[in-house]
Design a binder for this molecule. Structure first.
Ligand code: NAD
Length: 353
């Protein structure tokens, strides 16, 4: 057993089919009285249902959450919260909506109750991101960690199968890198392995039957565990590459994670054998990289960056950006090997190890 430091983060989790019925109880337990409900334009229907459930505790609704949290949107939402006298925010949706809640919490101090409807995991982390002047600034602040999270798998039944698969593999990426994190610990290892296994068994079932509530519960349970890992330990090469590809080349978040993960794992395989063993075991395979690749491909997810909008001419620049800052990674960053990793991800090659 290696030495470790573990500091837990306080977040209350209410999990299970139908748990949305406890919303008012949870708002009261937070000591809040009026909630601003946040959502994307696409999820306005769900947000209206939340506002109805809240009744007099609903201050209003802001339905303009978008990817990457533009500063102007965050400012408008904050101003609306103030104008309506809201003392908390309820974020229903994926990482984009939770992200908007975090931007409000950061400046205005409003506590967040998150109701995740994807598997991205933002609700379990103190990490925020805000985009201003084309640049996404990320940071960590305990104030942005949602005070309470209601995980109700019934709300994920409408998540399209394609998004469910890529979002699930996005969650697996958090746990996979958590297993070789330089600041990892045995509690996170347990959560990571259990989270990967839960998502790994849920996705093929969801792919066949999107309304299978048991599989939806498994996937959301896995997303909670994987998100917790993301919130507690540092990420490495895979997350850095995805941040670069998403930020500089505007590639879609969950798809990019899905495509890059097998190749990042192959890159790190020899340097982190125990982590790879645990990932492979959780997915019922013998190679972590191949098991993740197969999970994506067998369930209809994209496996090549060239199919999601990446241009071959940009691969060199992507590699340069990824090499710019040093950060902890099991295998040192080697330019030629990372350039090859990007090429393999671009082409959609099944990893050889
Ligand atoms: P998203 O929140 O952008 O959602 C994608 C689309 O799916 C949206 O239109 C949304 O309304 C819709 N949607 C969500 N749930 C649905 C459902 N159940 N049914 C039907 N439609 C649904 O996507 P995401 O992948 O959840 O989040 C990505 C963003 O979150 C990125 O910007 C990423 O950087 C951020 N993120 C942040 C953290 C963190 O810790 N700060 C962690 C993970 C992701």
């Amino acid at each position: 057993m290696k030495n470790f430091v573990y500091s837990g983060q306080a977040a209350r989790v209410v999990f299970g089919a139908g748990s949305l019925q406890h919303l008012v109880r949870e708002i009261d337990a937070m000591g809040a009285r009026k909630a601003l409900v946040l959502c994307t334009p696409q999820q306005r229907g769900s947000a209206e249902m939340i506002a109805d459930l809240l009744g007099p505790r609903a201050a209003g609704l802001f339905d303009r959450a978008v990817m990457h949290v533009p500063m102007e949107t965050a400012r408008e939402a904050r101003a609306l919260a103030q104008q309506l006298g809201a003392d908390c925010a309820v974020a229903i949706g994926g990482g984009s909506t939770t992200g908007l809640g975090k931007a409000i919490a950061l400046e205005a101090g409003l506590p967040i109750l998150a109701i995740p409807t994807t598997y991205a995991g933002s609700e379990m982390t103190p990490i925020y991101g805000i985009t201003e002047g084309g640049l996404k600034k990320t940071g960590k602040d305990a104030r942005v960690l949602p005070r309470c999270v209601i995980y109700d798998p019934e709300l994920t039944l409408a998540l399209p199968v394609g998004m469910s698969v890529t979002s699930g593999i996005n969650a697996i990426a958090h746990a996979a890198e958590g297993l070789y994190a330089s600041d990892g610990n045995p509690i996170m290892d347990l959560m990571a392995k259990e989270g990967i296994a839960a998502i790994g068994r849920a996705l093929p079932v969801i792919q066949r039957a999107a309304d299978d509530l048991e599989a939806r519960s498994d996937a959301l349970y896995g997303a909670w565990l994987c998100g917790t890992v993301l919130g507690h330990v540092g990420m490495a090469l895979h997350h850095k590459l995805c941040h670069t590809l998403g930020g500089s080349f505007n590639l879609p978040h969950a798809e990019t994670h899905t495509i890059v993960l097998p190749h990042a794992l192959a890159y790190n395989a020899a340097a982190a054998p125990l982590a790879m063993c645990r990932i492979a075991e959780a997915l019922g395979g013998t190679s972590a990289a191949q098991a993740v690749f197969d999970l994506a491909q067998n369930n209809g997810a994209p496996v090549a960056l060239k199919h999601i909008g990446m241009q071959a001419a940009d691969l060199d620049q992507a590699c340069d950006i990824a090499m710019q800052n040093q950060y902890p990674n099991p295998r040192p960053l080697e330019r030629a090997a990372i350039r090859q990793l990007l090429q393999d991800a671009f082409d959609g090659v099944r990893p050889g190890v």
